[in-house]
Ligand binder design. Sequence first.
Ligand SMILES: *Cc1c(COP(=O)(O)O)cnc(C)c1O
Length: 417
Amino acid sequence: MTYSEKLWQEANALLPGGVNSPVRAFRGVGGTPFFTQRAKGSRLWDVDGNEYIDYVLSWGPMILGHAHPKVMQAVIDAAREGTSFGTPNPREIRLARLVCEAFPGIQKVRFVNSGTEATMSAIRLARGFTKRDKIVKFEGCYHGHADSLLVKAGSGAATFDVPDSAGVPADFARNTLTLPLNDLAALDTVNWSEIAGVIIEPVPANMGLIPLRLEFLQKLRKVTQNAGALLIMDEVMSGFRVAKGGAQELYGVTGDLTTLGKIIGGGLPVGAFGGRADVMDHLAPLGAVYQAGTLSGNPLAMAAGVATLEQLFAGDSYRTLEQKTATLCDEWKKIVPGYHTRVGSKFCSFFTNTPVVDYATAKTSDTKRYGVFFHQMLKHGVYLAPSQFEVGFMSLAHTTEDIEATLRAAREAIKAL
Ligand SMILES: *Cc1c(COP(=O)(O)O)cnc(C)c1O
């Protein structure tokens, strides 16, 4: 028995399903998950000493690679000054300035502790601001696990085929309308004047990666604007990932509110939501929409975020990421059969011959075949997402040698299919 297998037995006795977040349990691909001992740059090492080239990157945050020296130093320096104060601290302003400068649509921002808190709070704010109850989301998009957003959801909910979670009262779900993605005609079926807000992943990447049609996003902006419904861009994953200003910079469409997470915490627990000042000023203590957090604006998290963004903005990071990912994916497409998508440094291979444009077509993927491929890749030293319905991420730490080793592994792995 490996040490990971032994720990897995212990974990299952103490943690439901052995994990603290479902997709980590490898149920999407079968087998036993490995326990990570440490990580550095593009690499993970498990407790048995196996080394992996990592394309999961803690599900997106580690865009500089793991344990970047500048980020580590910033966290250590901050920790020496105390780990939480419960008062305003200067690092909150530094991170807020970096966020507001990168996103022209964000005039004011509030920090929270996860992406889930960000989207949940943004929805409450949209409802409080518009004095309307109903919200719209899109099938297969994942916005964290708040009640009203766990309706036809992606990520683990898609992996386990429970897009509508038990425990969400029907009365809550009734106020969440769901529409198919990329379907312009479906936007005309909604009575927008009763909608508080619509939340969308502008780079949908929680049912695998499905690029949005630009005219779909543009039409969504128009119909919401005309009806006074708020457009909430959920950039928890795409923010600082697909461009400095996220998908909104990439596509030239600006939301009223934006939610952020993952990269802005540099690997510590952070989320944020921000947007138009006239909307944000409806939050307590200025306005009537309540929102709070004991550890919000935590100095360690702010320090990791500031160090990550400063490093990311320093060089030609986005062009470098684009080039590295294109180099990998252009070859990969020739090796791995399937339908391939990529936006910047996010990529995905659906194990299907059907072009994937929405949740229904994503579900045509052969998840068993993906599971076989995943384990072959792992055996050859490459860690991909343990589910067909998640995506791959490139970091600035991945080298040409990493990419070549990954392609060699893929050539071996497909022999088992
Ligand atoms: C990861 C993610 C979330 C949830 O963030 P957590 O920090 O896991 O709560 C929300 N929206 C999107 C688009 C995400 O990718």
